[in-house]
Ligand binder design. Structure first.
Ligand code: GUN
Length: 293
């Protein structure tokens, strides 16, 4: 078994991005890429994600701003924030951290984002272009997964890919991306969800198994084919007596047992997580290049 070391690959890509920031922006007296995040409420996972994004930005020389609002902000006020960020020429791209409080309709907020600043790739225009294989912003986690497969030279053409979970953020876009006529891509993709029958049998036929269910330890060794490639998108905090913080991170896959059976596997932490952040940075760089033209 080999680890798909997302931290290592993300660090390599960050070095590449930092070099581009210097060459194309700083050395030419052009403002570096500027990314903004909108954070509503105090969901711990969202706060962790936004903090990790800020750290990544600083590492590559980007400017980063966070716009924080209480959980009771109205939808109308949040739309005003989106309009402001769309119009602000200093901000190259921004994200609205999900999930939003129940009284806010996520799709209304996302549809208000200028597709050219939609570095999360969640706007219907970007999703539509992604499906059609046209230039667009790719959602960060699927983009990170694809990049990891690419950098480890893992062939996807003609392979059986099984995706567990059909969220708008991971499962649905990654299944579309891998079934497109592209490289990585050209795979035969099966997308399993809560109403799928016999998920274990379907998963056990996968050459590449992508797990984004949000259920800790769901995938056990019997659900994995010998020498399969396993990508674990889950992140769960579990209590631990072995760490100072009193918890450790675990994924949707039973790593200890599954890692003995597969050819490649992503660890949690240090697998998909760092690739998500670096993919957002890549999208921001791409958005900021508009001002170089
Ligand atoms: N919530 C969980 N993952 C993501 C992500 O990639 N982007 C945003 N905006 N919210 C998220």
């Amino acid at each position: 078994m080999k680890l798909l070391d997302g931290k290592l690959v993300a660090d390599q890509i960050k070095t590449e991005i930092a070099a581009e920031v210097k060459l194309q922006f700083l050395d030419r007296d052009i403002e570096p890429p500027h990314i903004a995040a909108v954070l509503v409420g105090e969901d711990p996972a969202s706060m962790t994600y936004v903090a990790a994004k800020e750290k990544g930005c600083h590492e590559v020389g980007f400017v980063s701003s966070v716009y924080r609002y209480p959980a009771n902000i109205s939808q109308a006020k949040l739309l005003e924030v989106i309009d402001f960020l769309n119009a602000d020429s200093e901000i190259d791209g921004f994200i609205v951290q999900l999930p939003l409080p129940a009284h806010i309709e996520e799709h209304v907020i996302i549809e208000r984002i200028d597709p050219l600043k939609d570095i999360d790739g969640f706007h219907p225009v970007n999703i539509g272009k992604m499906v059609l294989n046209l230039p667009c912003f790719l959602p960060a986690t699927p983009f990170g997964i694809i990049t990891l497969l690419e950098r480890y030279n893992i062939e996807t053409a003609g392979k059986n890919v099984v995706v567990l979970g059909r969220s708008h953020i991971v499962g649905t876009p990654v299944s579309l991306m891998l079934s497109r006529k592209s490289n990585p891509g050209n795979a035969t993709v099966t997308l399993c969800h809560s109403l799928s029958k016999d998920i274990a049998l379907t998963a056990s036929r996968a050459d590449i198994l992508i797990v984004a269910l949000g259920k800790q330890g769901f995938v056990t060794a019997d659900m994995v084919k010998q020498d399969a490639v396993v990508i674990d998108v889950g992140v769960h905090r579990v209590p631990s007596t072995e760490t100072k913080s009193g918890f450790r991170l675990k994924g949707d896959v039973d790593f200890e047992k599954v890692s003995r059976k597969c050819s490649y596997i992503t660890p949690v932490p240090g697998g998909v997580g760092p690739m998500t952040i670096v993919s957002l940075l890549r999208n921001t760089l791409k958005a900021a290049k508009r001002k170089l033209i």
